[in-house]
Write a protein that binds this ligand. Structure first.
Ligand code: ADP
Length: 503
Protein backbone atom coordinates (compact mmCIF):
# COMPACT_ATOMS: atom_id res chain seq x y z
CA UNK A 1 0.00 0.00 0.00
CA UNK A 2 1.19 3.51 -0.76
CA UNK A 3 1.88 5.08 2.64
CA UNK A 4 0.40 8.40 1.55
CA UNK A 5 -3.01 7.33 0.34
CA UNK A 6 -4.24 5.72 3.59
CA UNK A 7 -5.42 2.73 1.54
CA UNK A 8 -7.82 4.58 -0.76
CA UNK A 9 -6.22 3.05 -3.84
CA UNK A 10 -7.13 -0.41 -2.54
CA UNK A 11 -10.87 0.34 -2.68
CA UNK A 12 -12.86 -1.78 -5.13
CA UNK A 13 -14.49 -0.21 -8.20
CA UNK A 14 -17.93 -0.82 -6.69
CA UNK A 15 -17.01 0.92 -3.43
CA UNK A 16 -15.63 3.88 -5.38
CA UNK A 17 -18.84 4.05 -7.33
CA UNK A 18 -20.88 3.84 -4.12
CA UNK A 19 -18.86 6.68 -2.59
CA UNK A 20 -19.22 8.86 -5.68
CA UNK A 21 -23.03 8.67 -5.74
CA UNK A 22 -25.03 11.33 -3.87
CA UNK A 23 -25.97 10.02 -0.42
CA UNK A 24 -29.65 10.40 0.38
CA UNK A 25 -32.07 9.26 3.04
CA UNK A 26 -34.38 6.28 2.45
CA UNK A 27 -38.01 7.20 3.09
CA UNK A 28 -40.94 5.08 1.98
CA UNK A 29 -38.76 3.14 -0.44
CA UNK A 30 -37.39 6.25 -2.17
CA UNK A 31 -33.95 7.77 -1.82
CA UNK A 32 -34.35 11.48 -1.26
CA UNK A 33 -32.32 14.51 -0.24
CA UNK A 34 -33.04 16.20 3.08
CA UNK A 35 -36.03 18.53 2.66
CA UNK A 36 -33.93 21.57 3.59
CA UNK A 37 -31.40 20.43 0.98
CA UNK A 38 -28.53 20.40 3.47
CA UNK A 39 -25.73 17.86 3.59
CA UNK A 40 -22.76 17.22 5.87
CA UNK A 41 -19.29 15.81 5.36
CA UNK A 42 -18.14 12.33 6.27
CA UNK A 43 -14.43 12.23 7.13
CA UNK A 44 -11.75 9.58 6.79
CA UNK A 45 -10.48 9.21 10.39
CA UNK A 46 -7.04 8.17 9.15
CA UNK A 47 -6.50 11.54 7.46
CA UNK A 48 -9.33 13.89 8.38
CA UNK A 49 -10.16 14.22 4.67
CA UNK A 50 -13.69 14.24 3.23
CA UNK A 51 -14.83 10.92 1.75
CA UNK A 52 -18.53 11.60 1.17
CA UNK A 53 -21.39 14.01 1.83
CA UNK A 54 -24.67 12.76 3.24
CA UNK A 55 -28.14 14.20 3.79
CA UNK A 56 -28.47 16.32 6.92
CA UNK A 57 -31.93 15.11 7.92
CA UNK A 58 -33.93 17.27 10.30
CA UNK A 59 -37.32 17.32 11.98
CA UNK A 60 -39.31 17.51 8.72
CA UNK A 61 -37.47 14.47 7.34
CA UNK A 62 -38.00 12.63 10.61
CA UNK A 63 -41.69 13.34 10.40
CA UNK A 64 -41.91 12.08 6.83
CA UNK A 65 -39.97 8.91 7.69
CA UNK A 66 -42.11 8.17 10.75
CA UNK A 67 -45.31 8.74 8.75
CA UNK A 68 -44.01 6.26 6.15
CA UNK A 69 -43.20 3.68 8.82
CA UNK A 70 -46.62 4.25 10.41
CA UNK A 71 -48.39 3.74 7.10
CA UNK A 72 -46.35 0.61 6.34
CA UNK A 73 -47.17 -0.78 9.78
CA UNK A 74 -50.86 0.07 9.95
CA UNK A 75 -51.86 -0.79 6.41
CA UNK A 76 -48.92 -2.03 4.41
CA UNK A 77 -48.09 -5.46 3.03
CA UNK A 78 -45.62 -6.14 5.83
CA UNK A 79 -48.30 -6.99 8.38
CA UNK A 80 -50.11 -9.26 5.97
CA UNK A 81 -46.97 -11.06 4.88
CA UNK A 82 -46.62 -14.54 6.36
CA UNK A 83 -43.90 -15.00 8.98
CA UNK A 84 -42.21 -17.48 6.63
CA UNK A 85 -42.01 -14.88 3.87
CA UNK A 86 -40.66 -12.30 6.32
CA UNK A 87 -38.09 -14.88 7.40
CA UNK A 88 -37.07 -15.45 3.78
CA UNK A 89 -36.40 -11.74 3.31
CA UNK A 90 -34.31 -11.67 6.48
CA UNK A 91 -32.33 -14.69 5.32
CA UNK A 92 -31.76 -13.03 1.95
CA UNK A 93 -30.48 -9.87 3.64
CA UNK A 94 -27.96 -12.10 5.46
CA UNK A 95 -26.94 -13.76 2.21
CA UNK A 96 -26.54 -10.42 0.42
CA UNK A 97 -24.40 -9.07 3.27
CA UNK A 98 -22.20 -12.13 2.90
CA UNK A 99 -22.07 -11.71 -0.90
CA UNK A 100 -21.02 -8.07 -0.43
CA UNK A 101 -18.57 -8.87 2.36
CA UNK A 102 -15.51 -7.28 0.81
CA UNK A 103 -17.25 -4.04 -0.19
CA UNK A 104 -18.96 -3.67 3.18
CA UNK A 105 -15.67 -4.32 4.99
CA UNK A 106 -13.94 -1.66 2.90
CA UNK A 107 -16.68 0.88 3.53
CA UNK A 108 -16.63 0.13 7.27
CA UNK A 109 -12.87 0.33 7.55
CA UNK A 110 -12.70 3.57 5.58
CA UNK A 111 -15.52 5.26 7.49
CA UNK A 112 -14.84 4.02 11.03
CA UNK A 113 -11.08 3.46 10.88
CA UNK A 114 -11.12 -0.15 12.06
CA UNK A 115 -8.65 -2.61 10.53
CA UNK A 116 -10.02 -4.12 7.34
CA UNK A 117 -9.14 -7.62 8.57
CA UNK A 118 -11.37 -7.10 11.63
CA UNK A 119 -14.20 -5.63 9.56
CA UNK A 120 -14.08 -8.69 7.29
CA UNK A 121 -13.76 -11.34 10.00
CA UNK A 122 -16.04 -9.83 12.65
CA UNK A 123 -18.32 -6.92 11.73
CA UNK A 124 -19.62 -8.09 8.37
CA UNK A 125 -19.82 -11.80 9.16
CA UNK A 126 -21.58 -11.19 12.48
CA UNK A 127 -24.05 -8.86 10.75
CA UNK A 128 -24.89 -11.55 8.16
CA UNK A 129 -25.23 -14.17 10.93
CA UNK A 130 -27.56 -11.95 12.93
CA UNK A 131 -30.03 -11.60 10.07
CA UNK A 132 -29.97 -15.35 9.42
CA UNK A 133 -30.46 -16.13 13.10
CA UNK A 134 -33.39 -13.72 13.27
CA UNK A 135 -34.85 -15.17 10.04
CA UNK A 136 -35.50 -18.36 12.01
CA UNK A 137 -37.33 -16.49 14.78
CA UNK A 138 -39.85 -14.92 12.38
CA UNK A 139 -41.77 -18.23 12.31
CA UNK A 140 -41.40 -18.98 16.03
CA UNK A 141 -43.20 -16.12 17.69
CA UNK A 142 -45.83 -17.86 19.78
CA UNK A 143 -48.42 -17.07 22.42
CA UNK A 144 -49.84 -19.53 24.95
CA UNK A 145 -53.20 -21.00 25.76
CA UNK A 146 -54.16 -20.49 29.39
CA UNK A 147 -56.71 -22.31 31.58
CA UNK A 148 -58.76 -19.92 33.71
CA UNK A 149 -60.51 -20.41 37.07
CA UNK A 150 -62.42 -17.17 37.52
CA UNK A 151 -63.88 -17.17 41.07
CA UNK A 152 -66.90 -14.94 40.35
CA UNK A 153 -68.12 -16.92 37.30
CA UNK A 154 -67.70 -20.47 38.63
CA UNK A 155 -70.00 -22.05 36.02
CA UNK A 156 -68.56 -20.33 32.95
CA UNK A 157 -65.98 -21.73 30.63
CA UNK A 158 -63.41 -19.72 28.76
CA UNK A 159 -60.96 -20.19 25.99
CA UNK A 160 -58.07 -17.85 26.78
CA UNK A 161 -54.84 -17.35 24.96
CA UNK A 162 -52.09 -14.81 24.40
CA UNK A 163 -50.94 -13.36 21.11
CA UNK A 164 -47.53 -11.86 20.57
CA UNK A 165 -47.96 -8.83 18.36
CA UNK A 166 -45.42 -6.41 16.89
CA UNK A 167 -45.12 -3.30 19.02
CA UNK A 168 -45.55 -1.00 16.00
CA UNK A 169 -43.32 1.76 14.69
CA UNK A 170 -39.84 1.61 16.16
CA UNK A 171 -37.27 4.42 16.23
CA UNK A 172 -33.74 3.10 16.37
CA UNK A 173 -30.66 5.21 17.01
CA UNK A 174 -27.21 3.70 16.77
CA UNK A 175 -23.58 4.73 17.41
CA UNK A 176 -20.42 4.73 15.30
CA UNK A 177 -18.26 2.04 16.90
CA UNK A 178 -19.72 -0.95 14.97
CA UNK A 179 -21.89 0.87 12.42
CA UNK A 180 -22.99 -2.13 10.33
CA UNK A 181 -23.22 -4.59 13.20
CA UNK A 182 -25.24 -2.23 15.40
CA UNK A 183 -27.63 -1.69 12.49
CA UNK A 184 -27.95 -5.49 12.15
CA UNK A 185 -28.49 -6.02 15.91
CA UNK A 186 -31.29 -3.49 15.75
CA UNK A 187 -32.93 -4.30 12.40
CA UNK A 188 -32.87 -8.11 12.62
CA UNK A 189 -35.32 -8.46 15.52
CA UNK A 190 -37.45 -5.52 14.43
CA UNK A 191 -38.05 -7.13 11.04
CA UNK A 192 -38.48 -10.64 12.49
CA UNK A 193 -41.30 -9.43 14.74
CA UNK A 194 -43.10 -7.54 11.96
CA UNK A 195 -42.51 -4.01 13.20
CA UNK A 196 -41.57 -1.12 10.93
CA UNK A 197 -38.65 1.15 11.64
CA UNK A 198 -36.94 4.48 11.25
CA UNK A 199 -33.22 3.95 11.79
CA UNK A 200 -30.91 6.88 12.42
CA UNK A 201 -27.28 5.99 11.89
CA UNK A 202 -24.44 7.85 13.60
CA UNK A 203 -23.29 11.08 11.99
CA UNK A 204 -19.64 9.95 12.18
CA UNK A 205 -20.22 6.70 10.26
CA UNK A 206 -23.31 6.72 8.06
CA UNK A 207 -21.95 4.83 5.03
CA UNK A 208 -22.34 1.11 5.78
CA UNK A 209 -25.90 1.71 7.02
CA UNK A 210 -26.75 3.34 3.68
CA UNK A 211 -25.33 0.34 1.82
CA UNK A 212 -27.22 -2.02 4.13
CA UNK A 213 -30.48 -0.22 3.35
CA UNK A 214 -29.83 -0.76 -0.38
CA UNK A 215 -29.28 -4.44 0.37
CA UNK A 216 -32.57 -4.61 2.30
CA UNK A 217 -34.37 -3.16 -0.71
CA UNK A 218 -32.65 -5.66 -2.98
CA UNK A 219 -33.79 -8.48 -0.67
CA UNK A 220 -37.40 -7.45 -1.21
CA UNK A 221 -38.27 -5.48 1.92
CA UNK A 222 -41.49 -3.59 1.13
CA UNK A 223 -41.41 0.21 0.92
CA UNK A 224 -41.72 2.05 4.21
CA UNK A 225 -40.73 -0.91 6.41
CA UNK A 226 -37.17 0.37 6.80
CA UNK A 227 -36.61 4.11 6.63
CA UNK A 228 -33.06 5.28 7.10
CA UNK A 229 -31.99 8.76 8.13
CA UNK A 230 -28.57 10.35 8.28
CA UNK A 231 -28.28 13.31 10.61
CA UNK A 232 -27.06 14.65 13.93
CA UNK A 233 -28.15 13.76 17.44
CA UNK A 234 -29.97 16.91 18.43
CA UNK A 235 -31.48 17.83 15.08
CA UNK A 236 -32.45 14.34 13.88
CA UNK A 237 -32.16 11.83 16.76
CA UNK A 238 -34.01 13.95 19.32
CA UNK A 239 -37.13 14.63 17.19
CA UNK A 240 -37.16 10.96 16.24
CA UNK A 241 -37.06 9.79 19.87
CA UNK A 242 -39.86 12.23 20.74
CA UNK A 243 -42.12 11.69 17.71
CA UNK A 244 -45.72 11.01 18.79
CA UNK A 245 -46.29 8.34 16.12
CA UNK A 246 -43.36 6.24 17.34
CA UNK A 247 -44.35 3.37 19.64
CA UNK A 248 -40.93 2.35 20.81
CA UNK A 249 -37.38 3.69 20.91
CA UNK A 250 -34.34 1.42 20.86
CA UNK A 251 -31.08 3.23 21.46
CA UNK A 252 -27.42 2.28 21.61
CA UNK A 253 -24.92 4.93 22.66
CA UNK A 254 -23.66 6.87 25.65
CA UNK A 255 -25.37 6.68 29.03
CA UNK A 256 -25.66 10.47 28.94
CA UNK A 257 -27.70 10.45 25.71
CA UNK A 258 -29.59 7.37 26.93
CA UNK A 259 -31.00 9.51 29.74
CA UNK A 260 -32.07 12.17 27.20
CA UNK A 261 -33.82 9.45 25.19
CA UNK A 262 -35.77 8.34 28.25
CA UNK A 263 -36.85 11.93 28.89
CA UNK A 264 -37.85 12.43 25.24
CA UNK A 265 -39.88 9.21 25.29
CA UNK A 266 -41.50 10.00 28.64
CA UNK A 267 -44.02 12.48 27.23
CA UNK A 268 -46.18 9.77 25.73
CA UNK A 269 -44.64 6.84 27.61
CA UNK A 270 -43.09 5.14 24.62
CA UNK A 271 -41.45 1.82 25.35
CA UNK A 272 -37.68 2.20 25.54
CA UNK A 273 -34.71 -0.16 25.46
CA UNK A 274 -31.16 1.06 25.91
CA UNK A 275 -27.69 -0.35 25.39
CA UNK A 276 -25.33 2.10 27.04
CA UNK A 277 -21.85 2.57 28.40
CA UNK A 278 -19.59 0.48 30.57
CA UNK A 279 -16.44 0.44 32.65
CA UNK A 280 -16.09 -3.29 32.73
CA UNK A 281 -13.88 -5.07 35.27
CA UNK A 282 -11.54 -7.70 33.89
CA UNK A 283 -10.12 -9.95 36.60
CA UNK A 284 -6.98 -12.09 36.50
CA UNK A 285 -6.53 -14.49 39.43
CA UNK A 286 -3.16 -15.85 40.60
CA UNK A 287 -4.02 -19.27 39.20
CA UNK A 288 -4.80 -18.00 35.67
CA UNK A 289 -2.98 -19.40 32.65
CA UNK A 290 -1.08 -16.23 31.77
CA UNK A 291 -0.53 -17.35 28.19
CA UNK A 292 -4.28 -16.94 27.80
CA UNK A 293 -4.91 -14.14 30.31
CA UNK A 294 -2.30 -11.64 29.10
CA UNK A 295 -3.31 -11.57 25.42
CA UNK A 296 -6.95 -11.92 26.53
CA UNK A 297 -6.77 -8.83 28.73
CA UNK A 298 -4.90 -6.90 26.02
CA UNK A 299 -7.54 -7.67 23.42
CA UNK A 300 -10.33 -6.97 25.94
CA UNK A 301 -9.23 -3.33 26.01
CA UNK A 302 -7.53 -2.79 22.66
CA UNK A 303 -10.11 -4.49 20.39
CA UNK A 304 -11.76 -1.83 18.21
CA UNK A 305 -9.28 0.68 19.74
CA UNK A 306 -11.14 0.50 23.05
CA UNK A 307 -14.21 1.97 21.36
CA UNK A 308 -16.38 -0.83 22.66
CA UNK A 309 -19.05 -0.35 25.28
CA UNK A 310 -18.00 -3.61 26.96
CA UNK A 311 -14.21 -2.97 26.81
CA UNK A 312 -12.37 -4.57 29.74
CA UNK A 313 -11.10 -1.19 30.87
CA UNK A 314 -10.59 -1.77 34.62
CA UNK A 315 -8.06 -4.56 35.03
CA UNK A 316 -7.84 -6.18 38.47
CA UNK A 317 -4.84 -8.49 38.79
CA UNK A 318 -4.14 -10.62 41.86
CA UNK A 319 -0.92 -9.61 43.64
CA UNK A 320 1.35 -12.54 42.77
CA UNK A 321 0.99 -12.09 39.00
CA UNK A 322 0.38 -8.32 38.82
CA UNK A 323 3.85 -7.27 37.64
CA UNK A 324 4.08 -10.01 35.07
CA UNK A 325 0.63 -9.25 33.64
CA UNK A 326 1.24 -5.50 33.39
CA UNK A 327 4.58 -6.13 31.73
CA UNK A 328 3.02 -8.63 29.29
CA UNK A 329 0.12 -6.36 28.27
CA UNK A 330 2.44 -3.36 27.91
CA UNK A 331 4.70 -5.38 25.61
CA UNK A 332 1.73 -6.37 23.45
CA UNK A 333 0.58 -2.74 23.35
CA UNK A 334 4.00 -1.55 22.20
CA UNK A 335 4.04 -4.08 19.39
CA UNK A 336 0.57 -3.26 18.02
CA UNK A 337 0.92 -1.92 14.50
CA UNK A 338 -0.94 1.36 14.20
CA UNK A 339 -2.04 2.60 10.79
CA UNK A 340 -4.96 3.35 8.48
CA UNK A 341 -7.71 0.76 8.70
CA UNK A 342 -7.48 -0.06 5.01
CA UNK A 343 -3.83 -1.14 5.29
CA UNK A 344 -4.06 -4.95 5.58
CA UNK A 345 -1.14 -5.01 8.04
CA UNK A 346 -2.79 -2.54 10.46
CA UNK A 347 -3.75 -3.91 13.88
CA UNK A 348 -5.07 -0.67 15.35
CA UNK A 349 -6.55 2.16 13.28
CA UNK A 350 -7.43 5.73 14.21
CA UNK A 351 -10.14 6.73 16.67
CA UNK A 352 -13.31 7.66 14.87
CA UNK A 353 -13.15 11.46 15.07
CA UNK A 354 -11.39 14.56 16.31
CA UNK A 355 -13.95 14.73 19.12
CA UNK A 356 -12.95 11.25 20.30
CA UNK A 357 -9.26 12.06 19.96
CA UNK A 358 -9.76 15.16 22.12
CA UNK A 359 -11.81 13.20 24.62
CA UNK A 360 -9.29 10.36 25.00
CA UNK A 361 -6.39 12.85 25.11
CA UNK A 362 -8.10 14.74 27.91
CA UNK A 363 -8.48 11.50 29.88
CA UNK A 364 -4.77 10.75 29.37
CA UNK A 365 -3.89 14.21 30.70
CA UNK A 366 -6.24 13.81 33.63
CA UNK A 367 -4.71 10.43 34.51
CA UNK A 368 -1.25 11.96 34.50
CA UNK A 369 -2.39 14.95 36.59
CA UNK A 370 -3.95 12.64 39.15
CA UNK A 371 -0.75 10.59 39.46
CA UNK A 372 -1.23 7.62 37.13
CA UNK A 373 1.83 6.36 35.26
CA UNK A 374 1.76 5.01 31.69
CA UNK A 375 3.87 1.85 31.26
CA UNK A 376 3.36 2.23 27.53
CA UNK A 377 1.70 4.69 25.17
CA UNK A 378 0.04 7.69 26.81
CA UNK A 379 -0.01 9.98 23.79
CA UNK A 380 -1.47 10.76 20.42
CA UNK A 381 0.23 8.82 17.64
CA UNK A 382 1.63 11.08 14.89
CA UNK A 383 0.01 14.38 13.95
CA UNK A 384 -2.31 13.39 11.11
CA UNK A 385 -5.58 11.51 11.58
CA UNK A 386 -7.00 10.56 14.97
CA UNK A 387 -4.49 7.96 16.18
CA UNK A 388 -3.82 7.28 19.87
CA UNK A 389 -1.18 4.95 21.33
CA UNK A 390 -2.50 1.92 23.19
CA UNK A 391 -1.91 2.76 26.84
CA UNK A 392 -1.62 0.93 30.16
CA UNK A 393 -1.97 3.08 33.28
CA UNK A 394 -0.63 1.90 36.66
CA UNK A 395 -0.36 3.58 40.10
CA UNK A 396 -4.05 4.22 39.72
CA UNK A 397 -6.68 4.63 42.42
CA UNK A 398 -10.43 4.62 42.61
CA UNK A 399 -10.89 8.39 42.82
CA UNK A 400 -9.30 8.96 39.43
CA UNK A 401 -11.48 9.98 36.49
CA UNK A 402 -9.69 7.40 34.35
CA UNK A 403 -10.84 4.73 36.78
CA UNK A 404 -14.45 5.85 37.12
CA UNK A 405 -15.45 7.16 33.71
CA UNK A 406 -15.83 5.45 30.37
CA UNK A 407 -12.89 6.58 28.20
CA UNK A 408 -13.95 4.79 25.00
CA UNK A 409 -10.35 4.56 23.83
CA UNK A 410 -7.40 2.14 24.07
CA UNK A 411 -6.59 3.03 27.68
CA UNK A 412 -6.35 0.34 30.35
CA UNK A 413 -6.42 1.14 34.07
CA UNK A 414 -4.60 -1.63 35.96
CA UNK A 415 -4.82 -2.30 39.70
CA UNK A 416 -3.57 -5.09 41.97
CA UNK A 417 -5.76 -6.87 44.53
CA UNK A 418 -5.16 -9.50 47.21
CA UNK A 419 -8.39 -11.00 48.41
CA UNK A 420 -11.27 -12.12 46.19
CA UNK A 421 -14.21 -12.38 48.58
CA UNK A 422 -13.87 -9.29 50.73
CA UNK A 423 -12.02 -6.96 48.43
CA UNK A 424 -12.28 -7.78 44.75
CA UNK A 425 -16.03 -8.31 44.42
CA UNK A 426 -16.77 -4.99 46.09
CA UNK A 427 -14.26 -3.11 43.95
CA UNK A 428 -15.28 -4.79 40.70
CA UNK A 429 -18.98 -4.05 41.30
CA UNK A 430 -18.30 -0.51 42.51
CA UNK A 431 -19.37 1.22 39.29
CA UNK A 432 -22.51 2.88 38.00
CA UNK A 433 -22.16 0.56 35.00
CA UNK A 434 -22.79 -3.19 34.71
CA UNK A 435 -22.38 -4.18 31.10
CA UNK A 436 -19.70 -6.88 31.07
CA UNK A 437 -16.89 -8.46 33.07
CA UNK A 438 -14.05 -10.88 32.46
CA UNK A 439 -12.52 -13.57 34.66
CA UNK A 440 -9.28 -15.40 33.95
CA UNK A 441 -8.68 -18.40 36.22
CA UNK A 442 -7.76 -22.07 35.95
CA UNK A 443 -10.06 -22.92 38.83
CA UNK A 444 -13.57 -23.66 37.59
CA UNK A 445 -15.17 -23.11 40.99
CA UNK A 446 -13.55 -19.70 41.45
CA UNK A 447 -14.65 -18.70 37.95
CA UNK A 448 -18.27 -19.81 38.44
CA UNK A 449 -18.44 -18.16 41.87
CA UNK A 450 -17.18 -14.91 40.44
CA UNK A 451 -19.48 -15.13 37.40
CA UNK A 452 -22.45 -15.33 39.76
CA UNK A 453 -21.37 -12.41 41.95
CA UNK A 454 -20.38 -9.90 39.29
CA UNK A 455 -23.19 -7.44 38.56
CA UNK A 456 -22.88 -7.45 34.78
CA UNK A 457 -24.98 -8.51 31.80
CA UNK A 458 -22.20 -10.67 30.35
CA UNK A 459 -19.32 -12.45 32.09
CA UNK A 460 -16.61 -13.89 29.89
CA UNK A 461 -14.39 -16.56 31.44
CA UNK A 462 -10.93 -17.18 29.96
CA UNK A 463 -12.03 -15.23 26.89
CA UNK A 464 -13.39 -11.75 26.13
CA UNK A 465 -15.47 -10.00 23.46
CA UNK A 466 -17.07 -13.23 22.26
CA UNK A 467 -20.35 -12.41 20.53
CA UNK A 468 -22.94 -14.64 18.96
CA UNK A 469 -26.38 -13.85 17.56
CA UNK A 470 -27.85 -16.42 20.00
CA UNK A 471 -26.25 -14.97 23.15
CA UNK A 472 -28.11 -12.10 24.85
CA UNK A 473 -26.12 -8.92 25.47
CA UNK A 474 -27.02 -5.90 27.57
CA UNK A 475 -26.48 -4.14 30.84
CA UNK A 476 -27.22 -4.06 34.54
CA UNK A 477 -27.45 -0.69 36.32
CA UNK A 478 -26.75 2.36 34.12
CA UNK A 479 -25.53 0.19 31.25
CA UNK A 480 -29.02 -0.18 29.91
CA UNK A 481 -32.52 -1.59 29.76
CA UNK A 482 -33.30 -4.84 27.96
CA UNK A 483 -31.14 -7.20 25.96
CA UNK A 484 -29.92 -7.37 22.37
CA UNK A 485 -29.67 -10.68 20.49
CA UNK A 486 -30.83 -14.16 21.43
CA UNK A 487 -34.58 -14.72 21.70
CA UNK A 488 -34.55 -12.22 24.59
CA UNK A 489 -34.38 -9.32 22.14
CA UNK A 490 -37.72 -10.24 20.60
CA UNK A 491 -39.40 -9.10 23.83
CA UNK A 492 -38.20 -5.58 23.03
CA UNK A 493 -40.44 -5.48 19.97
CA UNK A 494 -43.50 -7.50 20.98
CA UNK A 495 -46.65 -6.70 22.90
CA UNK A 496 -48.55 -9.48 24.65
CA UNK A 497 -52.29 -9.48 24.06
CA UNK A 498 -54.57 -11.64 26.20
CA UNK A 499 -57.71 -12.88 24.44
CA UNK A 500 -60.46 -14.27 26.65
CA UNK A 501 -63.52 -15.85 25.04
CA UNK A 502 -66.57 -17.25 26.75
CA UNK A 503 -67.36 -20.63 25.23
P1 ADP B 1 -21.01 8.78 21.41
O1 ADP B 1 -20.77 9.59 22.64
O2 ADP B 1 -20.39 7.44 21.44
O3 ADP B 1 -20.84 9.53 20.13
P2 ADP B 1 -23.78 9.27 21.53
O4 ADP B 1 -24.60 8.69 22.61
O5 ADP B 1 -23.46 10.72 21.57
O6 ADP B 1 -22.51 8.37 21.44
O7 ADP B 1 -24.44 8.97 20.11
C1 ADP B 1 -25.05 7.77 19.76
C2 ADP B 1 -26.18 8.07 18.81
O8 ADP B 1 -27.12 8.91 19.47
C3 ADP B 1 -25.78 8.81 17.54
O9 ADP B 1 -26.55 8.32 16.45
C4 ADP B 1 -26.15 10.24 17.85
O10 ADP B 1 -26.43 11.03 16.72
C5 ADP B 1 -27.41 10.05 18.67
N1 ADP B 1 -27.74 11.17 19.57
C6 ADP B 1 -26.90 12.05 20.16
N2 ADP B 1 -27.60 12.94 20.90
C7 ADP B 1 -28.90 12.62 20.79
C8 ADP B 1 -30.11 13.15 21.33
N3 ADP B 1 -30.13 14.20 22.13
N4 ADP B 1 -31.28 12.53 21.00
C9 ADP B 1 -31.28 11.45 20.20
N5 ADP B 1 -30.18 10.92 19.65
C10 ADP B 1 -29.00 11.48 19.93
Amino acid sequence: MDGNDSGLTSLSATVRQFLSQPKKALINGKWQAAQAGQTFEVLNPATGEVIARVADCQKADVDQAVQAARKAFDGGPWRRMSPADRGKILWKIGDLIQANLEDLAQIESLDNGKPIAVARAADVVLAADLFRYMAGWATKIEGESISLSVPYTPDAEYHAYTRKEPIGVVAQIIPWNFPLLMAAWKLGPVLATGCTVVLKVAEETPLSGLRLAEICQEAGLPDGVLNLLTGFGESCGAPLAAHPLVDKVAFTGSTEVGKLIVRAAANDLKKVTLELGGKSPNIILNDADLDIAIPGAASAIFFNHGQTCCAGSRLFVQDKVYDKVVEGISKIAQEIKIGPGLDPTTQMGPLVSQVQLDRVSSFLRSGEEQGARATCGGKRNGDKGYFVQPTVLVDTHEQMRVYQEEIFGPVLVAMPFKDVDDELIRRANDSVYGLAAGVFSSNLSSAHRLAARLRAGTVWVNCYNIFDAALPFGGYKQSGWGREMGHEVLKNYLETKSVCMSV
